[in-house]
Design a protein around this ligand. Structure first.
Ligand SMILES: NC(=O)c1ccc[n+]([C@@H]2O[C@H](COP(=O)([O-])OP(=O)(O)OC[C@H]3O[C@@H](n4cnc5c(N)ncnc54)[C@H](OP(=O)(O)O)[C@@H]3O)[C@@H](O)[C@H]2O)c1
Length: 262
């Protein structure tokens, strides 16, 4: 059984705990600063819990650090003495924290991997990218296997992590923004809110399935009758700067991810 520690039982850590414990393939130790969080996972999923990050590190071969970026440094300082063994690796899911910054807080030669997941992991439909330092490469297969429990995983050079963070890490929030705008627009045209919500949710869910089989352009062309309603909407949306706003948003998020690393 693989011994996996998770520091931070929040949105990302919690998704991992629920899916990994259900698989029965992992010996899990979870640490968090909140007693209520630990109780939830101890009672709900039968995992070992502790307030001590150091203990979570000692009890695991692979330690996943799932706290906010500004809490990563303190958590690593706490676990560093327990990471001397060559048989151990650290995985960080924190936005904007580079592998080099993690290495600096750990014993020399430590295996470090970086994963950027997204919140769709909560329903097992997440997407994640992974990169490793040289010693961490030996753990790539194991880490990909772990994150596959909560969705799709792709290896990506670390230099593209800020862009990936902007694209899929924050991605669910953009889709939610678009969904909310569509619902509001439907309500404005007189559709009852609950009906608008159901129509929009099913449309986004159905389109996500279609996108797995065909390109975005193909779907657009299938829906857009020349001279029809979709064509009219496209012209109006593009005149209002819809596509440019998406480019600007991704650029701003990429820059913000770079700033977090400073
Ligand atoms: N949420 C997303 O959509 C998403 C997507 C991609 C990547 N990420 C990355 O994933 C990481 C975790 O994000 P999240 O949204 O899952 O965070 P979260 O829900 O806030 O969970 C983190 C948990 O760890 C606790 N914690 C804070 N400092 C700690 C410490 N020193 N030791 C042990 N536990 C500690 C937090 O307590 P407090 O609440 O009191 O701080 C909280 O319970 C972040 O670095 C983020 O950049 C998140």
């Amino acid at each position: 059984m693989k011994r996996v520690g998770i520091i931070g039982a929040g949105k990302i850590g919690g998704s991992l705990i629920s899916r990994l414990s259900a698989s029965g393939d992992f010996d899990l130790t979870v640490s968090d600063i909140h007693e209520a969080q630990l109780k939830l996972f101890a009672e709900g999923y039968g995992v070992r819990t502790t307030h001590s990050n150091r203990e979570a590190a000692e009890e695991s071969d692979l330690l996943i650090v799932a706290v906010k970026p500004w809490d990563v440094g303190a958590a690593l300082d706490e676990v560093s003495p327990a990471m001397e063994s060559e048989e151990k690796a650290v995985v960080s899911v924190a936005a904007g924290v580079p592998i080099k910054a993690i290495e600096r807080r750990l014993p020399a030669g430590a295996a470090v991997l970086r994963v950027m997941p997204n919140v769709c992991a909560a329903v097992g439909l997440g997407s994640a990218v992974v990169a490793a330092n040289e010693p961490g490469e030996a753990y790539l297969r194991m880490v990909v296997g772990i994150f596959r429990h909560v969705g799709d995983v792709i290896e990506l050079p670390e230099r593209l992590f800020d862009a990936a963070t902007a694209l899929h890490g924050s991605g669910p929030a953009y889709v939610a923004l678009f969904a909310d705008a569509l619902i509001q627009a439907g309500v404005r045209e007189g559709i009852p809110r609950d009906v608008a919500r159901r129509l929009v949710n099913e449309t986004i869910g159905g389109t996500a399935v279609l996108l797995k089989e065909r390109s975005a352009h193909q779907i657009r062309d299938e829906v857009m009758t020349p001279g029809g309603t979709t064509a009219a909407a496209f012209v109006a949306m593009e005149k209002a700067g819809f596509v440019a706003a998406v480019y600007d948003g991704i650029e701003a998020a990429t820059e913000q991810s770079r700033r977090l690393a400073e």
